[in-house]
Every structure is written in C-alpha cells, then in structure tokens.
Design a protein around this ligand. Structure first.
Ligand SMILES: *Cc1c(COP(=O)(O)O)cnc(C)c1O
Length: 394
C-alpha cells in the first residue's frame, strides 16, 4: 500500500480495513484464525512454497495457526513428533489407509476392531483391490504366521473398544518391525494419556478427538500422530489429495477442553472402575470386561503397558436374560443415555450382538454384552440408577 492512498469509499474500506489496535493483548485462549485464502506478502513467497514444508502457510485447508497449535499439542500428549487433523476419527482411519497402502497390499485387522474401520477395510478390499484379513486380537507373536510378502500394515486397537481385549502390543510390534510391516493403533480409548504408543514400537497413532479431547460430545474430529517424519509426509500427501481439512472453530473447541482432559480422564477412571467392580458382585452379570479387572483378556498386558483406563468398559449379562430383556434394562436407565461415542460429561449405554460382528476370534459368551461409558455424574447416583434398572430385569 502506497503512502498517499486516496480516500476510498466506505464499502472498499470495509473490505480492506486498516484496523488500529493497541498491541500487547494476551489471554489464555488460542486465537481462532479462519482461512480459506492465505495471503502471501509477495509472489516470490508464493512461488517458493513446497507442499511438504510444515512451517509454511499455504491454504486454509492444509493448516491455520489454530489447527497447527492443536496438532502440536496432540503430538506432545501422545509422545510423537507430528500430527495431522481430520474432520472425524473415521476420516483419520481412512487417511491411514489411503496414505500408506495401495491395491495389491495386504492389511491385517484385529477381529474386535472399531466396526467402521472393519467396514472401511472391507470396502477397500471389495472395490479398490486391497487385501484385508482379520486376526484374533490375542494372537501376540503368532501374528508372524499371518505375515505375507505383501503385508504392509497391521491395525491395532488397545483395548478393543467394545469387547475390551488388550492385545500384547510389544509381541506384535516386534514381529512387525522385524518383517518391515507398519503398525497403526486406534488409541482413542486411552486418549493418548494412558498408553504411549511410540514407546511400544507402534508407527502411527489414531485418535478420535471426538471423544475425551473434545470432552463435550459436540465436536467431531480426528488425528493421526507419528514420530517419524517420512510417515507424516505420506499421510499429509494423502490428506491433501483427498481435500481433508478441519475448521479452526472446531479446533478451538478442542483446544478449550484439552487442559482439563487428564483430570476428567482420571475421574472417569475412578468412577468407571468402582462401578465395574460393583457390577462384578451382581448375580445378573456373568463377566465384567474392564482391562483393569483380572477377568478381562489381556489384563496382564494392560498392567504392563497402561497407566489408567478412563470410563469405558463392558459387561456380559447372564445368558438367562434374553436380548429383549437387556434392551429393557438399557431403556430403564435414567442417567445413562442410549447413544454411540463417549468422552462427554454424560454417561452412555449400548447393547451389542458380538457374535454377528466377528469372523476370526470365537466369542466365548452367550449372554448379551452391554457397554457402559461412565460420565462425570456422581458415582453413587449412577450405581443407584443401574440398581433400579437391574431390579426391573427380575
Ligand atoms: C469414535 C471412534 C472412532 C471414530 O471417531 P468419529 O470421530 O466418531 O468418526 C474411531 N475409533 C474408535 C475406537 C472410536 O471410538
């Protein structure tokens, strides 16, 4: 802008404002910087852009200062070096597939995986030439027998977010490393707080920020986190080509909740474990599937690798109750709402028909599985609520 700018019309000045604010404002919030267009100071800067340089601002779809601050904080929580944000946890999973595997490659998926990941893998196998196979999540070092020359990626989920088996991560990753196969974990259950994936030889961590990071059951977002720069770049290239980005407004909501996440997680953990232990004493319940309780498959791996559990666990009802009775139990709860997801303040409940959801690992239980998400309500009130609903079963 030249010094002797003529006086422009109001309309032009509103489009090209010359705001004058006192410098030095400081607050605790990260500014919400919205952008599609990013303005370059000159053409030389624009022409010198290289898409893979994370320190350059290019276009609002790829990053804004708001989204990059969130990505950096997430990488730090997880113990990684790089993070990319996607508009949902499922799109973060999709970013891993499209960034790291191609037609003809083989992918191994645990049989208890988050079911939309299973559906995504089946879709890529059916329509895009990927080979997808399922494995028993408790397979451990036995994964070696499944690895083929074209096996490129092993998915992990710890624990399986419905049936709660905790895999032996180290047994699987040491085989994968030796055979040059990438591993990606869906680490949503631990929020990146209770399990540090890169300490266990895992290459990529996926988070549904929709859960504990958002904390409000009102934002959808996902992230892929890596320690290795090359992997980050591959994921970033796929993300760019697919046109995936997040809004700075949504990032700001997650940034607002992040400082309280650890305290919330610990409170969910305390109430969740107390309710799980109490449910174990109830005659209506056949098994409690909570990784911190010995009955849960992989409990020893949990004790070795995790520092906490959060508020999500499942129970299997005694087989004498019909599926219809368990539906009534769920609907009789007053404080546990019926709905998917978790991580908000309010408790949730959901029944599952597990036998219909897997193909490899034999499901040993006959009763209906019910998953509880224990929120931030008073624990005694939640217990009383479950108690009145169990009474309705009789
Ligand atoms: C919720 C969830 C996702 C997907 O997150 P969305 O943001 O809902 O797409 C992925 N993995 C696990 C284990 C989840 O619980």
């Amino acid at each position: 802008m030249t010094q002797s700018t003529p006086k422009r019309s109001l309309q032009t000045r509103i489009v090209h404002p010359e705001d004058t604010l006192t410098p030095g404002f400081k607050s605790f919030s990260v500014p919400v910087e919205r952008a599609s267009t990013v303005i370059f100071p000159d053409l030389a800067t624009m022409r010198a852009l290289v898409w893979h340089d994370d320190s350059q601002w290019r276009y609002g779809l790829h990053a804004t200062p708001t989204s990059l601050v969130l990505a950096q904080r997430l990488a730090e929580i997880e113990g990684g070096n790089h993070a990319l944000l996607q508009p949902s946890g499922l799109s973060a999973i999709s970013n891993v597939y499209f960034g790291l595997v191609k037609a003809g490659d083989d992918v191994l998926i645990p049989d208890n995986v988050y079911s939309p990941n299973r559906d995504h893998g089946d879709w890529l196998a059916r329509d895009f030439g990927l080979q997808v196979r399922y494995y028993d999540p408790m397979i451990g070092a036995g994964i070696a027998d499944l690895i083929q020359p074209n096996t490129k990626l092993i998915w992990l989920e710890a624990p399986g977010s419905v049936t709660m088996e905790v895999p032996d991560l180290r047994a699987i990753t040491s085989v994968a490393r030796a055979r040059n196969v990438l591993t990606a974990i869906d680490n949503t259950w631990s929020a990146g707080l209770a399990l540090k994936p890169f300490e266990h030889g895992i290459d990529i961590s996926v988070q549904a920020l929709t859960k504990y990071q958002s904390g409000g059951a009102d934002v959808l977002m996902g992230a892929t986190i890596t320690a290795d720069k090359q992997l980050h770049m591959k994921l970033k290239a796929a993300r760019m080509r697919m046109g995936i980005g997040v809004s700075s407004d949504d990032c700001s909501l997650v940034l607002r909740s992040l400082p309280s996440m650890k305290v919330r997680f610990e409170q969910h953990d305390r109430s969740g474990l107390a309710l799980a232990q109490w449910l174990k004493t109830r005659p209506e319940i056949a098994v409690v599937l909570h990784p911190a309780i010995a009955d849960c498959p992989g409990h020893a791996s949990f004790k070795r690798d995790f520092t906490g559990a959060g508020g999500l666990f499942s129970v299997v009802f005694d087989a004498r109750y019909s599926a219809a009775q368990i539906d009534t139990f769920c609907e009789s709860l007053a404080l546990f709402a019926i709905g998917w997801s978790w991580g908000g303040a309010a408790s949730l409940v959901m029944p599952y028909d597990i036998a219909s959801m897997r193909t490899e690992a034999q499901w040993p239980h006959r009763g209906t599985l019910v998953r509880f998400y224990v929120g931030l309500e008073d624990e005694a009130d939640l217990r009383a609520d479950i108690e009145q609903s169990l009474a309705a079963l009789a």
